[in-house]
Design a protein around this ligand. Structure first.
Ligand code: SF4
Length: 521
């Protein structure tokens, strides 16, 4: 049933899914399944581990002992074709596999089985996300920071970097520059500094961003990447209307974590690792996990991030909205060669594929830290959201910095404009999407699952992607991008299976071409 409300076509009552990520739901049932599987495994091994998936303590739901046991188990079974076949059989049901099983797939060194793993990742990506890729851009508000993170140029002891904090007027200018590129979704970033970047500054900045409507532009979803904080402050972010709260764990290995974070509030491993629990307790439905691959042994962190997802699903009924997979990059005062855990592009692709298999309903993000070739490879294996035209310096969208004034958090490898990225995606057969519909309609958390099960994605996310792409083409695209995009939209309309939705989508596309904006299913 469809309801038209003030220019918006609302699919009702079926809940809808946005392209960035589907959610685990039926949390209790799935949590029981996970728990039962894990307990059976433990009983079988006759062990009594300090691993408690539903514990509120970081060191119990990310148990070092359990991870080390998994590392040993996967090492011993990486040539075990029968076990790998049984895990793949389970994975083909597209309901995910446990962290232990996922690690066996990651470690698998049988070439034919690896081909099957990559093939399955592509199939899951297609099943849940189709060919839509959601676009976003980071917006750096301030690089003041009191932490001592060894891998980040914003660390407090870095005296070379130029410190900057945007005023509300400067934020306005940055957002207008981003709107003029065509962006509708931002991820705001700031260092941890209670004096320079208090929660009031973040809240005021969010209000400023949502309040800017320049020409046909507006930012419809603000995701937030700020330091771990209290339940009360997470509640304030929720009330400010944020989309996803993103916080990278950097590494799940407590010993490495403490060595990499020698000073500042972030040095508290437990407080940082338990942040997503507090965020969800504060009312935020959508949280985004990530590790910085290259800091620590990738097998350890891969296992840790899947365990974190399992913990959130088991305790909150909803897993993470997204998982990000950044790798360490050079920056002012940072030489990635001092970190000895770098990984090859092939290993990186395998990590993406195995995360896709382990948590099929979680969106995956890759940033401009990756090369064009690497981004292309991982897009088909599971990535559902990418940044484009990014500037990683404070104020960088209005004014590109000269090297000696560098305030960037990392050097961008993929330096193409948003239009070039959009064009490239379409040439590869993807539909770049600027959709923010679900979040704005309040369809967050476990309400996504029923759409997933009812197979209505092609009748909801797909038309939303096409309509927001049409807005981009009309308002911001270069002529050749527009030509490619219009042909793509015409072809992709046939993917919509519901004749009424297809008809309505055609009508709304025409109205967008005639100047109206912001339709959504
Ligand atoms: S990673 Fe975050 S907390 Fe650490 S120094 Fe950089 S901005 Fe500060």
């Amino acid at each position: 049933m469809f309801i038209i409300r003030s220019g918006m076509l609302v699919l009702n009552p079926t809940p809808c899914v946005e392209d960035t990520g589907f959610f685990y739901s039926g949390g209790e049932e799935r949590a029981e399944e996970i728990s039962a599987g894990l307990l059976r495994g433990r009983e079988k091994r006759g062990e009594d581990m300090a691993y408690h998936m539903t514990s509120s303590k970081a060191e119990e739901f990310i148990s070092d002992e359990e991870i080390k046991d998994c590392l040993k188990y996967a090492e011993e079974h990486k040539h075990d074709a029968a076990l790998i076949d049984s895990i793949l059989k389970k994975a083909r049901e597209m309901k995910g596999v446990s962290h232990r099983e996922a690690l066996v797939l990651l470690d698998c060194d049988i070439p034919e089985k690896n081909e099957e793993i990559f093939k399955l990742a592509r199939e899951i990506k297609q099943e849940f996300y189709g060919n839509r890729i959601v676009m976003f851009a980071p917006l750096y508000l301030s690089n003041y920071c009191i932490n001592g993170c060894e891998y980040c140029p914003y660390h407090a002891k870095n005296k070379h970097i130029r410190r900057k904090k945007l005023t509300q007027e400067e934020i306005r200018a940055e957002v207008i520059a981003l709107q003029d590129m065509g962006h509708k979704r931002l991820a705001i970033e700031a260092g941890e500094d209670p004096k320079n970047n208090p929660i009031e500054y973040i809240l005021e900045s969010i209000e400023t961003i949502y309040g800017i409507h320049h020409k046909n532009g507006d930012i419809r979803r603000v995701n937030v990447n700020i330091a771990a904080t209290t339940v009360e402050e997470y509640g304030m972010l929720k009330d400010a209307g944020i989309g996803t709260y993103i916080l990278f764990q950097e590494t799940y290995n407590k010993e490495s974590y403490e060595a990499l974070h020698p000073s500042g509030p972030k040095s508290n491993y437990a407080y940082h690792t338990e942040a997503m629990d507090r965020a969800m307790d504060g009312g935020i439905d959508d949280v985004g996990l990530g590790v910085l691959f290259g800091l620590n042994n990738y097998r350890y962190d891969f296992t840790g991030i899947i365990m974190h997802a399992e913990h959130l699903e088991a305790t909150k009924g909803v897993g993470p909205h997204t998982i990000s997979v950044p790798r360490v990059r050079p920056a002012d005062d940072i030489d990635p060669d001092v970190f000895h855990n770098g990984l090859s592009d092939e290993t990186f692709a395998k990590i993406v594929a195995c995360i896709r298999i382990a948590v099929p309903y979680t969106g995956m993000i890759v940033s401009t830290r990756e090369s064009v070739a690497s981004r292309k490879r991982v897009l088909e294996l599971g990535i559902s959201q990418i940044s484009g035209g990014s500037r990683t310096s404070v104020g960088g969208y209005v004014e590109e910095e000269v090297p000696e004034e560098n305030s960037a958090q990392f050097d961008v490898i993929d330096g193409r404009t948003l239009d070039e990225v959009v064009h490239w995606l379409m040439d590869l057969g993807y539909v770049p999407s600027f959709c923010t519909a679900c979040y704005r309609a309040g369809r967050t958390g476990d309400r996504f699952m029923s759409l997933l099960k009812s197979k209505q994605i092609v009748n909801c996310c797909h038309p939303n992607a096409l309509m927001t792409l049409e807005e981009y083409l009309m308002d911001y695209a270069k002529p050749d991008t527009k030509a490619v995009g219009e042909a793509l939209i015409e072809r992709e309309l046939s993917v919509i299976t519901n004749p009424t939705v297809q008809k309505n989508c055609r009508e709304y596309l025409e109205r967008i071409r005639n100047g109206e904006r912001d339709f959504r299913f």
